[in-house]
Design a protein around this ligand. Structure first.
Ligand SMILES: Cc1ncc(COP(=O)(O)O)c(C=O)c1O
Length: 379
């Protein structure tokens, strides 16, 4: 990959195998509803040990199908985190239900299990928990709370393919789990998603929802419910099959890059590194550091701007969902509602993270990061 234009924030790990897989589908003429979909689904069933896997067109589509399949709709509440990519909360709104946010634990950046029980009401229909940046810590505790209150847990594992907590794989903690395959994810299909579950009925409903409400042997023009076109094409699935065959290799490469950053930043007094619990096997999605308490959001934004000037890709993953203009305007959320999320979110810096990064690249990123930090300190 040419570095002439700098170091991108993300970059998919595509080899000749993925390209050949696409060519084969194109030559077969079977571009949709072909054999690559069941093959891709079977890889997920085997990898995660779930009974069912349902390929869909995106992670958002997967979350939407799961919530609809669990009968979530108007008048219901779904408990979730404000510290995530917007799709996790939007999928709740898409059903007509209301997201009820729970602030995060600043150590894991995931929904704080201790705060969940307090917001459960008779209207609570489900919990939608996210593994922020791929970190599965606390999913065990959230699953236990969900079970105690007899609420289904939808696990948004879109960032966590390959992570595990106490040897239990991300995606398998709840009633169902959802993965996403946008090009910055551990594996990509361009766009795509996968639902996994042990619940046969839920999987059947999701299959119907993804395919315009068609059902089993009911025929192509018989529609049994309001459905969607959330199908994944065979072209996309073929990329996924090739990527899944390389999953361990891809995860190992990502670990190498994360390890390089950790070594370079371990003693940096201005940086808080991600906290990884000893029981966690981390499949790295992004590498997000936090600036220490003495930095303001203005400092952080200046650092991002400086890195971009040096052609180093970076981002403020994630602005709090409740402070997105749409959420503030339509639902009345305001700054101060979820202080732990807001505090953490003001100080995050996502560094370039992908398998093409060499040790030299990581050194260059950290050198420029240190320079940018020094500038905010007036040095
Ligand atoms: C936590 C989380 N949830 C949901 C999604 C939505 O996935 P997609 O972009 O495939 O719809 C993403 C990915 O971008 C995500 O990171």
């Amino acid at each position: 990959m040419s570095k002439a234009h700098g170091i991108p924030l993300s970059s998919p790990d595509i080899t000749a195998a993925e390209i050949q897989a696409v060519v084969e589908v194109m030559q077969s003429g079977h571009l949709s509803l072909g054999p690559r979909i069941p093959e891709f689904e079977s890889q997920f069933r085997q990898y995660l040990g779930t009974r069912e896997a349902v390929a869909v067109s995106s992670g958002t589509a997967g979350l939407h199908c799961c919530l609809l399949g669990l009968d979530v709709g108007r008048g219901d509440e779904v408990i979730t985190t404000p510290f995530s990519f917007i799709a996790s909360a939007n999928s709740i709104l898409m059903t007509g239900a209301r997201p009820v946010f729970v602030d995060i634990d600043s150590r894991t950046m995931n929904m704080d299990p201790e705060k969940v029980s307090a917001v459960i009401t008779p209207r609570t229909k489900a919990i939608l928990a996210v593994e922020a940046f791929g970190n599965p810590a606390s999913m065990n505790d959230i699953a236990a709370i969900a079970a105690r209150h007899e609420l289904p847990l939808v696990e948004d594992a879109c960032e966590a393919l390959g992570s595990a907590y106490k040897e239990k794989k991300a995606g398998t903690f709840g009633r169902c789990g959802v993965f996403a395959f946008y090009p910055n994810k551990q594996i990509t299909t361009g766009e795509g998603g996968m639902i996994v579950t042990n619940d046969r009925e839920l999987a059947e409903t999701c299959r119907s929802l993804r395919n315009q409400g068609r059902h089993g042997g009911g025929g192509w023009l018989a529609h049994h419910r309001l459905g969607y076109n959330y199908r994944l094409s065979d072209i996309h699935a073929a990329i996924g099959v090739a990527q899944m065959q390389r999953l361990e290799e891809i995860i190992t490469q990502r670990q190498r890059v994360a390890h390089q950053y950790v070594q370079l930043l371990l003693d940096n007094p201005h940086i808080v590194l991600p906290t990884i619990d000893k029981d966690t096997a981390m499949s790295w999605f992004v590498f997000v550091v936090r600036l220490t308490d003495d930095f303001t959001v203005t400092d952080r934004d200046a650092i991002l701007q400086q890195l971009r000037k040096c052609n180093i890709g970076c981002s403020n993953y994630f602005p709090p969902i409740h402070l997105q203009p749409f959420y503030q305007e339509e639902m009345g959320y305001k700054p101060g509602d979820y202080p732990v999320t807001e505090y953490a979110s003001d100080r995050t810096v996502a560094l370039p993270f992908h398998n093409h990064l060499t040790a030299n690249d990581c050194e260059m990123v950290v050198l420029q990061l240190n320079k940018a930090i020094a500038q905010t300190r007036g040095a």
